[in-house]
Design a protein around this ligand. Structure first.
Ligand code: SF4
Length: 913
C-alpha cells in the first residue's frame, strides 16, 4: 500500500469533503484535475462529488473553469474495464432472471429473481469458493430435508447457469466485477485515487478497492467513524496516515412529530420547508427523505406543488410515471382481452397522441353506456349494443359509427402483436405500435430519460432474444425441451424488465428528495425524515425461502440482524447530517390502519407539530371566497328556465301544440320535472361503471321481444305457449340488437323464462276465460285530443268479440309488459285507453301492467272507479303537466319521495329527499 491518507469523520462533522478537495487541489496545481480518479459507491455519489467540488473551487479558489477529475462509481469502473480488456461478452443485468427462467423451463419470474439475488450475494460475499463447495457446506449446515433440498436445487440451477454462461462465452455483471480485479492490476495506475462515500462495501468490493489502492500512487479515503469500511484500514495501520475530522454538533437522539395522517404529515413537512425558505435558506440545502419513498412521492409532489416549493428528486420509481403506466396498460389490453379500465386508460393517455381524437373524447362515455367490462368481441360490437339499447339521433348515430371505426382500427393494430411468432418480431411490433400511436414523440423533452430507459429495456430484451436459445438444453435432467419463445409468451419478461426502473429529476435547485441511504452521506442545513413507522424503519426483509438466516450467517452472507443493525447505524448518521435539529415524523393513522413510531425513536419524546401560519395560494383564495360569502343557490337549479326568445323557441319546438308528445315522456315529467329536464331535455345521463349484469334496458328488450313473438301471428293454443315462448326467446337472443349479451346471460335468460312459463300459462288461461284473445301486438298509436297530441306504443291488445247481430261493439283490454317495478299512478295506461278509443271502434274494458317478474297482471281501473273516470282524471293531469312543461317549469319536486332514491342527480339537487 503506497501513500494513503484516511480522513475519519466523526458523527456530526461538517464540510468533510473539503478535506479531500484541499488535498486534491494541493496535489494538482493549476486547473487540471484529470489525473484524479474519484470513486464513489453510487452514480448519485459521483454526481454529488462533482457538484460539491465545483462549489468548493468557486468558493475557496474563485475558479469556475477547470478540467474536472474523472469520477465514476466502483461498479461502472470495473464493468468499463472488463468491456475494454475482458474476453467474454457481459450480459445485461436485467435479463439474468429471464435466463434462469429459460434454464428452469418455467416462467416463474419471482423465483428466478430470488435466484439472481442469491447469486449476486454469493459472488459478493463468498470469495474463492465455488458453488459445488458451497453445496457441500450447506449439506453440513441444514438438517431439515425439505429445506436442504430446496437450497441445493437453487444452487444446482445457479451452477447450470454459470455453466451455460461459460459455454456461451458470456459473463454477468458480478462475474465481470470479480474478473475485473486482475485487469485493474494489469491496466490501471491512477496518480491520485479518491474513495468517497463507502460505508459498508462487500468483500468483493473490498478486494477491488484493495487492488486499486495497491496500484495508485497516492490514495485519499474519506470515511465515517462508524463505517464498516474503517476495519479494512485498521489492518494496514502502519501504512496509512490517519486524519480525524472532528464533529461540530453531535446528536445522540431527538424528538419527533406525530401527525394524524400521511396527508397531514406531508403538509407539515411542506410548511416546515417553506418556513426555512422564507427565512432565507436555499431550497437545495434542505433534504426530505422517507424509508418508503414510493409511498410518499406522489403526495409529496402534489402538496409541494400546492405550496410552490420546487423539488429535486434524486431517485424515483419510473414504473409510477404516467408514460410507463400507459405502456403497461397497452400491454395488458392485449394480454387480458381488452379489460375496460386498462384499454380506456391506453386510449385516452396523453402518451398515445395518435390514438384517434374521437376515441379520446368518446370512448369512455360510450363504453360505459354499452356496459363493456372486457372482451374484444364486446368492443367490436359497441355500436350495435348502443344503437339497440338506446334511442339516438341520426347525428349521434354518425358519431357512434365513427367511434366504432376508431376502436376497430386500434384493436386491429394491437392484435398484430398477438400474431407475432417469436420474440424478435414481438419487440419489432411493439416498437412499431409505439411509433404508430405517437408514444416516443410524447416523451420528447421532459420525459426523455423515460424514453431512453424504455429503449434500453427493449435492447436488453432483444439481447435476450439473441442468446436465450443457448440456455435451453433438452439433455439437462429436469429442465424443459427447447422450443422457441413466442411473442405473447414474452410479455411477462417485458413486464419484468419494465418493473422497478429508476429515474431522477435533473433539476438541482429544488428541495432535495433522496433515499435515506443517500441522505446519510449528505450535509445539509435541514433534514426532514417522514414516515418513521414501525415496520418501515427498520424494514425487515421478507423471509428468504432459499436459505435460512442462520445458514447465511454461517456462510458469511448478510442476514436479518445485519440489515437491522445497518439501518440503526444509518439512523445515527441521519441524526447528524443537518445543521438544524433534524425533523423526524410519522403518521399515527392512515384510513383505519393505526401506526406506531419506529423503535429507533425515543417514544417519550413525541412533539406536537408547530402550527405554522404559512398558507398556500389555494388556501388564500378559498379563504377570500368564504369572506365574500356569495350565495349561488338562486342561480343553481331553481327549476325555472330564464325567459327569452331562444328558450321560447326551443320549448315550442319540443313541446309545442303541433308536436306529438310521447305518453312515456309525460309520465317521466310527472315523476320529477327536474330529472326530466336533465335527462330528456339536456340529454345528460349518469355514466356509471358497467357491472357484470345485463343492462336493465337490454333485459327489457329481450323480454318484450320474446312476448311479442308469442302472439305475433295471432292467437295460439294454451298448450303451445311454452314452446312458443322458448322459440321467441332464442330468436330474441340471436337478434342483432340482443346478441351481445353473451352465453352466460343467455343461459340465465332461458332459466328465468323456464321458471316464468307456468305463471304465464295461468295468467293466459285467466285472460282467455274472460273471453279475450290476442288481437294485435306492438301497436304504434298517435292521436290528437282537445289540442293534446299524443303518441305511444301499446305492447298488446286483446279483443273480446261481441255478437254482431245485436250490434254490440267489441271490447278490448290493453296490456303493457313490465320487467321492472309497477307505478300505480302512471298515466300511461289511461292515456293509451283514451287514444285507442279515439282511433278504434269499441271500448276499452280494462288495462293492465303485465309483470314479467311473476307473470301476473295488475288491472286498472281499480275497484270502485269506472274507466271513464279513470281516463278523465289522467287527461286532466296530462293537461296540467303539459301546460307547465310548455312554460318551461322544471322544479325539483318529485311526485313521490322515493323517486330521489334512484336518481343520480341528488348531489346537485336542492329538492333531493
Ligand atoms: S334528486 Fe329527486 S328532486 Fe332532484 S332531480 Fe332527482 S328525483 Fe328530482
Amino acid at each position: 500500500m503506497k501513500k494513503t491518507i484516511v480522513f475519519i469523520a466523526s458523527l456530526g462533522a461538517r464540510e468533510k469533503k473539503a478535506h479531500i478537495f484541499e488535498e486534491i487541489t494541493s496535489s494538482c496545481p493549476g486547473n487540471d484535475y484529470s489525473s484524479v480518479l474519484y470513486l464513489t459507491p453510487t452514480a448519485f455519489g459521483e454526481a454529488e462529488a462533482r457538484r460539491q467540488f465545483f462549489y468548493y473551487l468557486k468558493g475557496r479558489h474563485r475558479k469556475t473553469t477547470y478540467i474536472p477529475f474523472h469520477s465514476i462509481s466502483l461498479r461502472e469502473l470495473c464493468i468499463n474495464l472488463y468491456e475494454h480488456y475482458g474476453e467474454k461478452a457481459i450480459i445485461p443485468e436485467g435479463i439474468e432472471p429471464l435466463l434462469l427462467c429459460e434454464i428452469m423451463g418455467e416462467k416463474n419470474l419471482g423465483y428466478a429473481v430470488l435466484l439472481a439475488q442469491l447469486l449476486s450475494k454469493l459472488r459478493n460475499y463468498i470469495l474463492n469458493v465455488d458453488i459445488p463447495q458451497i453445496k457441500e457446506e450447506i449439506k453440513k449446515l441444514i438438517f431439515e430435508e425439505k429445506t436442504m433440498k430446496r437450497a441445493l436445487k437453487s444452487l444446482e440451477t445457479l451452477e447450470l447457469y454459470e455453466k451455460r454462461l461459460e459455454e456461451g462465452g458470456l459473463i454477468d455483471f458480478e462475474g465481470a466485477l470479480r474478473e475485473g480485479i486482475p485487469l485493474i492490476k494489469e491496466h490501471l495506475e491512477p496518480e491520485l485515487l479518491v474513495l468517497d462515500g463507502f460505508f459498508d462495501p462487500t468483500p468483493l468490493e473490498l478486494k477491488i478497492i484493495e487492488a486499486l489502492i495497491e496500484k495508485a500512487q497516492k490514495s485519499l479515503v474519506l470515511l465515517e467513524e462508524e463505517a464498516e469500511f474503517l476495519r479494512f484500514f485498521e489492518a494496514h495501520l502502519d501504512k496509512i496516515e490517519k486524519r480525524q475530522i472532528s464533529s461540530v454538533t453531535r446528536r445522540e437522539g431527538t424528538g419527533y412529530y406525530v401527525y394524524p395522517s400521511m396527508e397531514d404529515e406531508v403538509e407539515g413537512i411542506a410548511r416546515g420547508v417553506k418556513r426555512l425558505i422564507l427565512e432565507g435558506k436555499r431550497a437545495g440545502d434542505i433534504i426530505v427523505t422517507f424509508p418508503q419513498p414510493s409511498v410518499y412521492l406522489p403526495m409529496l409532489k402534489r402538496v409541494f406543488q400546492k405550496h410552490a416549493i420546487p423539488l429535486s428528486i434524486a431517485q424515483y420509481d419510473l414504473s409510477n410515471t404516467r408514460a410507463l403506466i400507459a405502456l403497461l396498460d397497452m400491454i395488458t389490453s392485449i394480454e387480458e382481452d381488452y379489460p375496460r379500465n386498462d384499454f380506456l386508460s391506453f386510449l385516452t393517455s396523453p402518451h398515445f397522441p395518435q390514438v384517434p381524437q374521437i376515441l379520446r373524447e368518446w370512448a369512455v362515455s360510450y363504453s360505459r353506456r354499452a356496459g363493456i367490462i372486457k372482451g374484444k368481441t364486446a368492443w367490436l360490437s359497441m355500436r350495435d349494443i348502443l344503437l339497440n339499447s338506446t334511442e339516438v339521433t341520426a347525428e349521434e348515430e354518425k358519431l357512434i359509427n365513427e367511434v366504432q371505426r376508431g376502436i376497430n382500427s386500434v384493436i386491429d393494430a394491437l392484435e398484430k402483436l398477438r400474431e407475432t411468432e417469436d420474440l424478435t418480431s414481438f419487440i419489432d411490433e411493439i416498437e412499431r405500435l409505439l411509433h404508430r400511436f405517437g408514444f416516443w414523440d410524447s416523451l420528447i423533452g421532459q420525459s426523455a430519460q423515460i424514453s431512453e430507459t424504455i429503449n434500453k429495456q427493449f435492447t436488453e430484451l432483444r439481447y435476450f432474444s439473441g442468446i436465450c436459445g443457448r440456455f435451453k438444453s433438452p439433455e439437462d435432467q429436469g429442465f424443459s425441451e427447447t422450443k422457441t419463445l413466442s411473442g405473447m409468451e414474452a410479455i411477462p419478461y417485458l413486464r419484468h424488465l419494465l418493473k422497478g426502473l429508476k429515474g431522477r429529476d435533473e433539476g438541482e435547485d429544488g428541495v432535495r428528495v433522496v433515499p435515506y441511504e443517500f441522505a446519510a452521506g449528505l450535509e445539509s442545513e435541514a433534514m426532514f425524515f417522514g414516515g418513521m413507522i414501525e415496520g418501515d424503519f427498520p424494514y425487515r426483509p421478507d423471509i428468504d425461502p432459499l436459505l435460512p438466516e442462520r445458514v447465511k450467517e454461517a456462510l458469511g452472507m448478510p442476514f436479518l440482524e445485519y440489515y437491522l443493525d445497518r439501518q440503526k447505524r444509518y439512523f445515527r448518521r441521519l441524526l447528524n447530517v443537518s445543521k438544524e435539529e433534524p425533523y423526524f415524523s410519522y403518521p399515527s393513522m392512515e384510513g383505519d390502519k393505526v401506526f406506531l413510531p419506529s423503535p429507533f425513536l425515543e417514544w417519550g419524546k413525541s412533539l406536537i407539530p408547530p402550527a405554522l401560519n404559512i398558507p398556500s395560494e389555494e388556501e388564500i383564495l378559498l379563504r377570500e371566497g368564504m369572506f365574500r360569502r356569495r350565495d349561488f343557490r338562486e342561480t343553481l337549479l331553481n327549476g325555472q328556465l330564464q325567459r327569452g326568445k331562444e328558450v321560447e323557441r326551443l320549448l315550442k319546438k319540443h313541446f309545442g301544440k303541433n308536436v306529438f308528445i310521447s305518453v312515456t315522456d309525460i309520465d317521466a315529467y310527472r315523476r320529477c320535472p327536474l330529472r326530466f329536464y336533465i335527462e330528456k331535455v339536456l340529454g345528460f345521463e349518469a355514466e356509471l361503471p358497467p357491472r357484470f349484469e345485463v343492462e336493465a334496458r337490454l333485459w327489457g328488450r329481450l323480454a318484450h321481444k320474446t312476448m311479442e313473438y308469442l302472439y305475433r301471428d295471432g292467437d295460439i293454443e294454451l298448450k303451445d305457449i311454452p314452446n312458443r315462448i322458448m322459440e321467441g326467446l332464442e330468436l330474441a337472443i340471436k337478434s342483432r340488437e340482443i346478441r351481445t349479451i353473451g352465453d352466460f346471460w343467455s343461459k340465465v335468460a332461458r332459466e328465468i323464462f323456464l321458471r316464468l312459463i307456468p305463471m304465464i300459462e295461468t295468467q293466459e288461461e285467466d285472460i282467455k276465460k274472460q273471453g279475450f284473445s290476442p288481437y294485435v301486438v306492438e301497436k304504434t298509436i298517435k292521436t290528437g285530443i282537445n289540442g293534446l297530441r299524443l303518441k305511444g306504443k301499446i305492447d298488446r291488445v286483446d279483443r273480446k268479440i261481441k255478437d254482431k247481430r245485436y250490434k254490440i261493439q267489441d271490447t278490448v283490454i290493453l296490456l303493457d309488459y313490465k320487467t321492472g317495478s309497477i307505478d300505480k299512478d302512471s298515466l300511461q295506461l289511461p292515456l293509451y285507453a283514451l287514444m285507442w278509443q279515439k282511433e278504434n271502434k269499441g271500448s276499452v274494458e280494462r288495462v293492465g301492467f303485465y309483470s314479467l317478474r311473476n307473470g301476473s297482471v295488475q288491472w286498472y281501473p281499480a275497484k270502485g272507479k269506472g274507466m271513464e273516470e279513470f281516463i278523465e282524471d289522467a287527461l286532466q293531469d296530462a293537461f296540467g303537466l303539459l301546460q307547465r312543461l310548455r312554460k318551461g317549469v322544471f322544479t325539483p319536486i318529485p311526485f313521490r319521495d322515493k323517486e330521489c332514491r334512484y336518481c343520480y342527480h341528488g348531489a346537485l339537487c336542492r329538492g333531493a329527499k
